[in-house]
Write a new protein. Structure first.
Length: 454
């Protein structure tokens, strides 16, 4: 039995060796020596990768920001900065409260070379800072921090646009609305108007609620237009289809017949005693509870709330009435610019640009200082119910497509643009006092301003 087993094993071993040699010979067709190395088994062990290099550490930077001395503005800037600091951890903030008009103070500081890295400006200051070479362009910073310009209200954005560059980041949307004394309207049997009302409806109510004494003096006005204000002039100058600025010659044309027709839509109501005359002192103002309507913007709401409490009337707001030919809604804003001579120019421009990103813009507005000018934040409730709950806050952001910027502020030289509102005020004061015709008064404005435009 053992002999049989050994022979069988020997035969089997020989057969295996022969089979193996044959297989190796057939698989090696390159005349290379065969190999018995088994194939490598695949494993799930991840390949070792070199760690990514840490970003280079930047030297610490202290960024100075000059603005109002108010606690609320400082809180807004600090909250905005906290968002910026997430991507710029090497930067710290030093807030500087500037006396009086912060922009005017900043100009004085610039002359001595110590203007803050970032400064507050109103829309009317941008051109002056640009011409003096102290406002830095923001285009590259917009790209670096990811600003979506399509998300920004175009009228507000236009305030910083000069010759293809942006020099200013607006902080809020100041879009004209009509504040209403609801108590006065109710006493006169007039329901509160609703958004979308027309100019004719507005005029009917204004005339209905106006009261005059036996001497013909107005004791209760239908409206206070807040008349001598550039957003008003700009909006009504376009209401009849005219344009106060010749876009080819870049010359003023307030004396154009269509422009005068639009301006007369509200100037005539003043002339006839239905609207408050800002050039003739009177105690019968909206804030005294003696006018039904007041044209203004969100920042006016705080004083209106206080006046309503003091004079015991209820208030609300509604959109600007729709004018028949062109619906133009006056607007304005303020914001921040970077010092073109800053030693920390990239940090300064990035900080200013970041104000137009959603997270930073919302952080700035949480203190209650601003209506958002980013379309993506309009439906966010954070900015509503300020300064008082239950008001028609939708009016502050309605009809953005009809917002018109004060383009004279950025298209004309500062020497001309900054004088327009003052000269218009003088012209209308003379007209309302019967010293001249509106045509001659506005022709004089055109001539004086155009003489300053080269």
């Amino acid at each position: 039995m053992q002999t049989f087993t050994r022979k069988s094993l020997l035969i089997a071993l020989v057969a295996i060796i022969a089979f193996t040699l044959a297989a190796c010979s057939s698989g090696n067709n390159k005349n290379e020596p065969p190999t018995n190395t088994p194939p490598k088994e695949e494993t799930n062990t991840p390949k070792e990768t070199e760690p990514e290099p840490e970003p280079a550490k930047k030297d610490p930077v202290e960024l100075t920001v000059g603005s109002f001395g108010s606690e609320s503005e400082q809180k807004s800037v600090e909250d905005w900065f906290a968002v910026y600091q997430k991507t710029h951890p090497h930067v710290t903030l030093k807030y500087m409260a500037l006396e009086g008009d912060p922009a005017a103070t900043a100009l004085t500081m610039a002359a001595s070379g110590n203007m803050p890295d970032v400064v507050w400006l109103s829309d009317g200051h941008v051109r002056t800072f640009y011409e003096q070479g102290i406002a830095a362009p923001l285009n590259d910073a917009f790209d670096r921090v990811g600003v979506d310009l399509n998300d920004v209200n175009p009228a507000m954005l236009s305030y910083g646009s000069i010759d293809g560059n942006y020099y200013f980041a607006p902080r809020d949307l100041s879009h004209m609305v009509v504040f209403a004394n609801k108590t006065l309207l109710e006493q006169e049997g007039v329901p509160m108007p609703t958004d979308g009302w027309t100019w004719d409806q507005f005029v009917d109510i204004v005339k209905q609620v106006t009261k005059k004494n036996d001497s013909g003096e107005t004791t209760q006005y239908g409206v206070d237009f807040n008349f001598n204000w550039l957003p008003n002039y700009i909006a009504f100058a376009q209401a009849a289809g005219g344009d106060y600025l010749n876009r080819e010659t870049m010359k003023l044309q307030f004396s154009d017949p269509k422009v005068i027709e639009g301006l007369n839509m509200y100037a005539n109501l003043i002339k006839e005693g239905y609207a408050f005359n800002p050039f003739t002192p009177s105690p019968n103002t909206f804030h005294e509870g003696k006018a039904a309507f007041y044209f203004g913007v969100r920042p006016h709401a705080n004083s209106i709330k206080d006046a309503a409490k003091a004079k015991n009337f209820q208030w609300d707001l509604v959109t600007l009435p729709v004018t028949p030919v062109k619906y133009a809604v006056g607007s304005g804003t303020s914001g921040y610019a970077a010092n073109a001579k800053s030693k920390h120019l990239e940090e300064a421009t990035d900080f200013v640009a970041s104000l137009l990103t959603p997270e930073a813009h919302k952080a700035f507005g949480l203190a209650g200082n601003a209506v958002p000018l980013l379309k993506s934040l309009v439906s966010d409730p954070y900015w509503r119910n300020i300064p008082e709950e239950g008001k028609n806050d939708d009016a502050y952001v309605a009809h953005p497509e009809n917002d018109v910027g004060r383009d004279t502020d950025v298209l004309l030289p500062a020497a001309a643009g900054t004088k327009i509102v003052g000269l218009l005020g003088e012209a209308f004061a003379k007209y309302f006092n019967g010293q001249t015709s509106i045509e001659d008064a506005l022709k004089s404005v055109d001539e004086q301003i155009n003489a300053l435009i080269k």
